[in-house]
Design a protein around this ligand. Structure first.
Ligand SMILES: Nc1nc2c(ncn2[C@@H]2O[C@H](COP(=O)(O)OP(=O)(O)OP(=O)(O)O)[C@@H](O)[C@H]2O)c(=O)[nH]1
Ligand SMILES: [Mg+2]
Length: 205
């Protein structure tokens, strides 16, 4: 299990993208879906990433290094922030596109999807963009604590079908810590790190 996350750099413009040799995994999703909260949950810290109940909090790409593994988690600004101007939306699009298609592009993108909502057009567009650019997608449903287990299970099946996933998407809650260990495992695997074996021997041994 990784120990911690450290904020190493921030990019507001395409020209500010860092040039790390290590693997990067990005966290993408609509504004307010819970990306920055998930960074804090993964880090086990309350205020590493700034969060807000008002959408549009994160305006830059924030590069967090996973210690001791060394790969990066990149918290992206959210898309679909209704109150932002057209110019701002365009700036967002250019910044994210520059990152996702650039030289230092992520090895995988975690697509955060709100458990409470029907699939949204912008989420489907993001998934399509990743497919077109051959970037592996890890689907994660957020805010599981806000839904009944039955609703979460139904949403997981729905997204599995839409995105044609081999497995159900992970279900997480930054509030309760649900899914945290599984998400760390998925991140380490996507980054090509050794994944710790389970603590208990599989049944039958
Ligand atoms: N109940 C509950 N609330 C959550 C959870 N995760 C995030 N939130 C709340 O959702 C709001 C948005 O969270 P953020 O983490 O700032 O969302 P974000 O995706 O980083 O948003 P942008 O930076 O605007 O793109 C905050 O009020 C959080 O407290 C969760 O797992 N459960
Ligand atoms: Mg944020």
């Amino acid at each position: 299990m990784p120990k911690t996350l450290e904020l190493v750099s921030t990019a507001y413009e395409p020209g500010q993208m860092p040039d790390y040799p290590e693997v990067q995994i990005a966290l993408a999703g609509r504004s307010n879906v819970g990306k920055s909260s998930l960074v804090n949950c993964l880090a086990g810290r309350k205020a590493l990433a700034k969060i807000s109940s008002t959408p549009g909090k994160t305006r830059s790409l924030n590069f967090y290094q996973v210690v001791p593994e060394g790969f990066y988690l990149v918290d992206l600004p959210g898309y679909g922030f209704a109150r932002s101007s057209k110019a701002e939306k365009e700036k967002w699009g250019k910044l994210i596109e520059a990152y996702l298609t650039g030289r230092n592009r992520p090895a995988a993108v975690v697509c955060l999807l709100d458990s409470r909502l029907e699939p949204q057009r912008l989420d489907l567009e993001m998934a399509g963009f990743l497919t077109q650019n051959a970037i592996p997608l890890i689907a994660v449903l957020t805010k599981a604590d806000k839904c009944k287990q039955r609703e979460v299970a139904e949403r997981q099946r729905q997204w599995r079908e839409i995105l044609r996933l081999p497995e159900l998407p992970l279900s997480v809650s930054s509030r309760t810590g649900r899914g945290r260990a599984e998400l760390w495992r998925a991140l380490c695997q996507a980054a090509g790190c050794a994944v710790e074996p389970p603590k208990t021997a599989p049944a039958g041994l």
